[in-house]
Design a protein around this ligand. Sequence first.
Ligand SMILES: [Zn+2]
Length: 362
Amino acid sequence: MASPGSMSLDGLSSCSSSDSEFHGENAEDLSFSELDAIPEFLMPCAHQLKSLQLDHNSITVLPRSIAMFKNLITLDLSNNQMSHLSSELCSLSFLRTLSAKNNLLDTESIPKDFGSLQALEILNFSGNGFIDVPIQITELSRLRSLYMGQNCLKSLPSEVKHLTRLQNLYLGGNQLSGIPAEVGQLQNLACLVLCDNQLQSLPPTLVSLRRLQSLSLHNNCLSTLPPEIVSLNLVELSLRNNPLIMKFVQEMVHNPPSLLELSGRTIKSEKVKYSHHDLPGNLLHYLESAHRCVNPKCKGVYFSARVEHVKFVDFCGKYRIPLMQYLCSPQCTAAHPSVQASESDTDDDDSASQKIRKVLLG
Ligand SMILES: [Zn+2]
């Protein structure tokens, strides 16, 4: 339970949660003071304080008197025994940083109008007992960093997409078996920590995270990665302790393509001309759904009868990571592509993989 939250990010500078420091009369540090409440002597100057540190005490319930500290910008409640945050917290309309890591909080502990803390930019709820992400958190539209590591999260709500300013999302050390495709809509995400979970796959929508620099996936159940991952501009990718060896390649099954698919493949690969005068709408739509075979030497396409193919891609000339890709047929190989490509058809997906500068496998 008492594990580090925001600082356990392997020294990734992009993930730092530090906020402005406040000094002198605007700041009060009462950490490690054996407190079980907010001391009375603070009350006369409560409205002047911008920073209040109450971490490492024995507070069980955030007192309602917190409402007196209405100009607080930073509040640290970490390492107490809090099981409840009173709704008065929501009146702190200037609060930008709230840390309540290593307490006893769960979804029921959070005030109903927690989403009204609209100035909040950094929220640290790591090391608590959350089973899900309270929906109010997804209403914090200015949030830049959300730390919910070392909880018991089983899922992430699709509403996470509303956190459009999010840069750091720390979800390490939970029980996540998947993440919603909507995470791909977090356009400002730079650091995504999903290590120490039970992830079996990742949504291909992660390719939309154009600002993502660091992706932490170690200690999960991933056997392959979506091929789109090589086109991310990652600086760091950690993969150790995943079953990345593909024993299922031997278990691969291939259903033969239908006559419809075979006709579609021929029309596409032979570039047969057609228009909406020749074909009904559903067939036009079907032809548009063709996917290109991943074999760079093959100019064939597939529709639904694809063959799973695990391709090991070199990173840094040192590591090879398995990416899930799809071929048009089980016989389609570089030496014998199913549909011969012309000389001008080349593929550059290997050069894309050079973008990832650091892969941590060991
Ligand atoms: Zn092929």
